[in-house]
Design a protein around this ligand. Structure first.
Ligand SMILES: NC(=O)c1ccc[n+]([C@@H]2O[C@H](COP(=O)([O-])OP(=O)(O)OC[C@H]3O[C@@H](n4cnc5c(N)ncnc54)[C@H](OP(=O)(O)O)[C@@H]3O)[C@@H](O)[C@H]2O)c1
Length: 251
């Protein structure tokens, strides 16, 4: 069934491209949009090992599974070529990294005095540079769609104003703070084409990154909230930093 991406004027059969769709929040985004009747282009590093997505395929013919490694831009360019004429209403740059470990173990290589600079570079490539590269590669697909929306999966840990407790997680925090700046720049650059760009904070979610025992929200709760926030987004909201409940966050 067709669903609305915006409250005003645009009713469309929605096509969603989501990165990092094989597990965690990205998988849940794919699952929930499929359940709402959308076509989902689910991107991941290893499609043949994405068992959760593969299990969904018999039920959802509108699910496409594609290879996209955020650390290897040639794979993103191949993806863009394969999807050249596809209209994409919603591009969700969800794939992200806290380094090789989740929270809290991953703090060990991004705390003052113990920063691993190679891991930091890898995190910046995946969390910061790849989302911008994706926007460059898919801007025509988004511009040609009815929905015209790009989401950068950010984090409350990327808020400079919100960082009042400790400097820890330098690598991850800085990647998301810089992603917020990229979001703002893209919103300005793409406004003339009617494209809405937002940074989304999904909350603290029980995933491999967020911590399966300690985080507050299930992926289903976070994603249901995100989808309802995205459904009411308009161009005037472009360039904002919002959370899964729709609250505007301080940069
Ligand atoms: N969980 C939270 O509490 C929380 C809070 C704030 C923000 N976020 C953000 O939400 C997004 C999703 O996080 P999550 O909690 O779902 O984490 P997750 O369970 O660790 O999943 C991360 C996803 O990103 C993918 N990914 C990592 N490196 C990649 C690469 N080089 N190329 C392609 N895909 C790559 C992973 O794929 P592989 O399986 O191939 O590694 C996986 O699909 C991230 O951007 C994260 O920063 C999460």
């Amino acid at each position: 069934m067709p669903i609305k991406l915006r409250t005003k004027g645009i009713a469309c059969v929605q096509t969603v491209l989501v990165t990092g769709a094989n597990r965690g929040i990205g998988f849940e985004i794919a699952r929930q949009y499929l359940a709402r009747g959308a076509e989902v282009l689910a991107c991941c590093r290893a499609p043949d090992k994405a068992q959760g997505l593969l299990d969904l395929r018999p039920r959802y013919p509108s699910l496409g599974i594609f290879k996209a490694d955020m650390g290897d831009f040639s794979s993103l360019e191949s993806l863009a070529y394969a999807l050249k004429d596809k209209k994409i209403d919603l591009l969700i740059n969800n794939a992200g990294s806290y380094g090789p470990k989740g929270i809290p173990e991953g703090k060990s290589y991004q705390t003052f005095g113990a920063v691993d600079y190679q891991i930091w570079s890898d995190i910046l490539r995946i969390n910061l540079q790849a989302p911008l590269r994706m926007a460059e590669l898919f801007v025509e697909n988004v511009a040609a769609s009815a929905g015209k929306t790009i989401v950068m999966m950010s984090s409350e840990l990327g808020s400079i104003a919100g960082n009042i407790s400790a400097g820890q997680s330098y690598s991850y925090r800085s990647s998301k703070a810089a992603l917020n700046m990229v979001t703002k720049g893209l919103a300005l650059d793409l406004a003339g084409r009617g494209i809405t760009v937002v940074a989304m904070a999904p909350g603290w979610v029980r995933t491999d990154m967020g911590g399966r025992d300690i985080a507050a929200l299930s992926p289903a709760e976070s994603v249901a909230g995100q989808i309802s926030v995205l459904a009411s987004l308009q161009l005037k909201d472009s360039g904002s930093f919002v959370d899964y409940r729709g609250a505007k966050l301080p940069w």
